[in-house]
Design a protein around this ligand. Structure first.
Ligand code: HEC
Ligand code: HEC
Length: 225
């Protein structure tokens, strides 16, 4: 029966929920082990947190404090999500911290996804939207969001469909703006601009290649500056 494993999963969650309801308030809820939870997450977010689906974000190398916030928001239903029991109620703050720490420590994917999707004219239009509206909070083409120790997500190299969907969630009010400035940055964005700026971020490399250090030519290039 094709739907059986899924049904089993749902039943398991219902059992977990009932378990939570009958447990005495002083007893800690028995959540899954780290390994079991991790396997759930990576079934969609990819091995080591590098997603293979254009609508699913990479978690690898994401800002740790942001991942904690995001998981709590998903757990408490503060963000709309397409995934039932995305971060189940039974996950303890400790487990959420462990998962966030694990994914944050994984290397970011080096290539944009999908690597060949970048239409250069659209990326250029997206770059103009970025320069006009988004630079203040998503510095360095979306690579350095945690530069000042903030809990903003890195956007560079995230899948385009995922990014565009989230921008629409903000515009539609299903995901709350965190500040007036953020709301103002989005004000009046057209659907075409949403697509373009999402593609701009998706097309950015997650790391800028450092200049060759040891070679003589590298030294010469630096001296010329
Ligand atoms: C069935 C597929 C699926 C599973 C399982 C899943 N996710 Fe997700 N996740 C998604 C998709 C798709 C999104 C994009 C937005 C949405 O629909 O929630 C997402 C979004 C997220 C985000 C938001 C990222 C950001 O940059 O804002 C976080 C954090 C996250 N998932 C963590 C987890 C964790 C932790 C687990 C395991 C407990 C998990 N997910 C399990 C599919 C999944
Ligand atoms: C005033 C600061 C600010 C400005 C300006 C801003 N953002 Fe953000 N952005 C944030 C913060 C903070 C978050 C995390 C929000 C949350 O936790 O829900 C975020 C989250 C996002 C996300 C969700 C990423 C994810 O992984 O879920 C996207 C996409 C995004 N911003 C795109 C943009 C775009 C496009 C612009 C310009 C049009 C922009 N932002 C301008 C502060 C800002």
């Amino acid at each position: 029966m094709a739907g059986y494993p899924k049904r089993l999963r749902q039943m398991r969650s219902v059992v977990a929920l009932v378990g939570l309801l009958v447990a005495a308030p002083s007893l800690p809820a028995a959540g899954p082990s780290f390994a079991t939870a991790l396997a759930e997450c990576t079934s969609c977010h990819g091995e080591a947190g590098v997603s293979r689906n254009n609508d699913t974000p990479h978690l690898a190398g994401q800002v740790q404090a942001y991942l904690v916030e995001a998981m709590l928001a998903l757990q408490k239903g503060r963000w709309g999500t397409s995934i039932p029991w995305h971060v189940p109620a039974g996950y303890s703050p400790d487990l959420i911290g462990q998962l966030a720490g694990h994914f944050a420590a994984q290397p970011q994917p080096s290539a944009a996804f999908p690597a060949d999707a970048a239409d250069s004219a659209a990326v250029e239009r997206g770059s103009q939207v970025y320069e006009a509206r988004c630079t203040g909070c998503h510095e360095d083409q979306g690579r350095e969001s945690d530069r000042r120790g903030l809990d903003r997500p890195r956007l560079a190299g995230q899948p385009q469909v995922y990014l565009a969907n989230q921008i629409r969630e903000f515009l539609a009010g299903r995901r709350p703006f965190r500040s007036y400035l953020m709301a103002r940055a989005y004000s009046g964005l057209t659907e075409a601009q949403v697509e373009d700026v999402a593609l701009f971020f998706a097309a950015q490399p997650t790391q800028v290649q450092p200049e060759p250090m040891a070679s003589a030519s590298g030294k010469r290039r630096r001296l010329m500056h």
